[in-house]
Design a protein around this ligand. Structure first.
Ligand code: NCD
Length: 318
């Protein structure tokens, strides 16, 4: 099948849990063809001409919001950015009111980021528009999961059979959840590493098959045969009471240093969804080093979001 032919996907993209391995692969193949658009002098294709995409961000975001904006613009959609700033708990009524306002403007696709897990689903249930989850609480961040899969596939040729170590604040990380689900669907083995306080009970149940996820507390041990290492930011804004004694101790035990990366498989990939805290979960030398895929992730993010908007924007046009 031609990667740029629209496939039947659901109305909304709320999480990778609802997406089959085949659909994930098609989305990645489409992203491959859209990646080329970003290298042209005129970085635009007409696929979403006449469609309106609203970026509804209830949490601060730089890369995800700008990435969705660029993706929609490169597909020739009209884009509206609504930043509702920091709000820890936006009440259900407010969200519903916002939804009704959007509905009244005949918007085709709503991209939403919200501090509350389940907020995109709530919108999806009431809006006829397509809803794309750009990160909801500690639930899922499906386009980040897809762009990470895409980055790994491009660097390694495939995802199946690789060992991916995800280290850090798993408990509060929607990135960890979407990656765990997506990676195991495509046949990778995921090893989660964190202090015991940051590993949620039952997390392994998110894996697509039993035995595809292992969990530990020792990063050095975990790295020995790792193909990819993905440190996560400590989500201090979500942690409430501290889950570890201090940042220095955390960096000492769980920070990705050059020595630790050297202990992984030759040429192992260092990834990070950003924003990074240099010297805490990742050493600056690693973040800026040859094995770092951090900026590739950003570049790939635009192509992957183009693919998502393309397939989830429904029929017509293109
Ligand atoms: C992540 C997020 O917001 O979930 N960042 C991102 O989308 N690039 C991770 C984080 O905030 O640490």
């Amino acid at each position: 099948m031609n990667a740029a032919t629209r496939i039947a996907v659901g109305k909304d993209l709320l999480g990778l849990a609802d997406v089959s391995a085949d659909t994930i692969t098609t989305l990645l193949n489409t992203a491959e063809s859209f990646l080329e658009v970003g290298t042209r002098t005129v970085k635009k294709v007409p696929a979403l001409r006449g469609k309106t995409v609203v970026n509804l961000f209830f949490e601060p975001s730089t890369r995800t919001r700008t990435s969705f904006e660029l993706a929609a613009k490169r597909l020739s959609a009209d884009v509206l950015n609504i930043n509702l700033g920091v709000s820890s708990v936006v009440k259900g009524e407010t969200l519903l009111d916002t939804a009704r306002t959007i509905q009244a403007m005949s918007v085709d696709t709503v991209v939403i980021r919200h501090a509350a897990s389940g907020a995109p689903k709530m919108l999806a249930d009431v809006l006829p528009s397509h809803v794309i989850n750009a990160g909801d609480g500690a639930h899922e961040h499906p386009t980040q999961g897809l762009l990470d899969l895409f980055t790994i596939r491009r660097a390694r040729g495939c995802v199946a059979g690789l060992k991916v170590v995800i280290v850090g604040d798993i408990a509060h990380s929607r990135v960890a959840r979407s990656n765990l689900i997506g990676l195991t669907k495509l046949g990778a083995h995921v090893h989660l590493v964190a202090p015991p306080t940051m590993i949620p009970v039952g997390i392994a149940a998110l894996a697509s098959a039993p035995g595809t996820v292992t969990i530990g507390n020792d990063l050095d041990q975990a790295l020995a045969d790792a193909d990819v290492v993905m440190p996560l930011r400590l989500q201090l804004e979500r942690q409430g009471a501290p889950l570890f004694p201090g940042k220095r101790e955390y960096a000492h035990l769980f920070g990705l240093t050059p020595a630790r990366l050297a202990a992984a498989r030759a040429g192992a990939l260092a990834m990070h969804p950003g924003p990074i805290n240099r010297g805490v979960e990742i050493d600056a030398t690693v973040a800026d080093g040859d094995q770092s895929a951090i900026l590739d992730q950003v570049t790939n993010g635009v192509a992957v979001r183009m693919a998502v908007l393309f397939h989830y924007s429904g029929g017509g046009g293109a």
